[in-house]
Design a protein around this ligand. Structure first.
Ligand code: SF4
Length: 237
């Protein structure tokens, strides 16, 4: 584990804010459709970046950015995350955490310490199928625990689902909707298979833009706001 990447400025990844991006290597899942397989499968191939140097860089950038996005891989696996975020907050920067939500105890610590302002949690498929997303043991109950934990947390909350055929369909959207019922925001994305972790997943034909929009219609029964991202209308399902 460790910080593997740093990007100075992004307008896209932290809604309403200009942010720097910090990427962690390693993950506790190996989703076949993962779009960042190198960070997941071979984190050791990338040198660890010095967190003190990143903090110094952030201090210089502070007049021009509102916050940072913490992403991966799965950043909550790194025991250095919490002290790093304490330093980031001491700089007065906002923090967005991108997570698969499988480590609720760590997320609880981050919330209790007021170390995150925005949390984006992936919903990859129905919880009962999470064990299929990794060769090792996966407790989908941990995801459910994170959802419960975040329902009343004083942070901005977003759920995100990439609509991968074979993992997402109407029934799954309903089950996930029931899990997060009343959530403020659920973002659905069209699947882009080109760089997927598994060869088979690279050969999957994505859902059409129209199909993703129809999933969004169903999702809108459960979340207060739906965003659809990454549509390439020329893709056909
Ligand atoms: S998609 Fe996310 S949770 Fe799944 S393996 Fe990739 S980084 Fe990990």
């Amino acid at each position: 584990m460790g910080i593997k990447g740093f990007q100075g400025t992004s307008l896209l990844d932290f809604p309403g804010r200009i942010a720097s991006l910090v990427f962690w290597g390693g993950c506790n899942l190996t989703c076949p459709f993962c779009h960042n397989p190198a960070l997941v499968l071979e984190p050791q191939a990338y040198p660890d970046l010095d967190s003190a140097e990143i903090l110094a860089d952030l201090a210089v950038r502070k007049p021009f950015i509102d916050g940072i996005v913490v992403s991966g891989g799965e950043p909550t696996l790194d025991s250095g995350l919490l002290p790093f975020l304490e330093e980031v907050k001491a700089l007065g920067l906002a923090v967005k955490l991108d997570t698969n939500g499988l480590l609720p105890h760590l997320i609880a610590e981050l919330l209790a310490g007021q170390l995150i302002d925005y949390i984006a949690i992936d919903l990859k498929t129905t919880p009962s199928r999470y064990p299929e997303l990794h060769s090792g043991a996966v407790s989908a109950e941990k995801l459910v625990e994170t959802v419960r934990l975040c329902a009343d947390a004083a942070v901005e909350l977003e759920y995100r689902t990439t609509c991968v055929p074979g993992w997402i369909d109407e029934d799954v959207i309903v089950k996930l909707g029931e899990l997060i019922d009343g959530a403020p925001l659920w973002t659905l994305q069209q699947y882009h298979p080109e760089h997927a972790l598994c060869v088979k997943a690279r050969q999957v034909t994505p859902y059409s833009a129209e199909q993703v929009q129809s999933f969004a219609e169903i999702a809108s029964r459960y979340a207060q706001r739906i965003i659809v991202r990454g549509l390439q209308p020329e893709r056909t399902g």
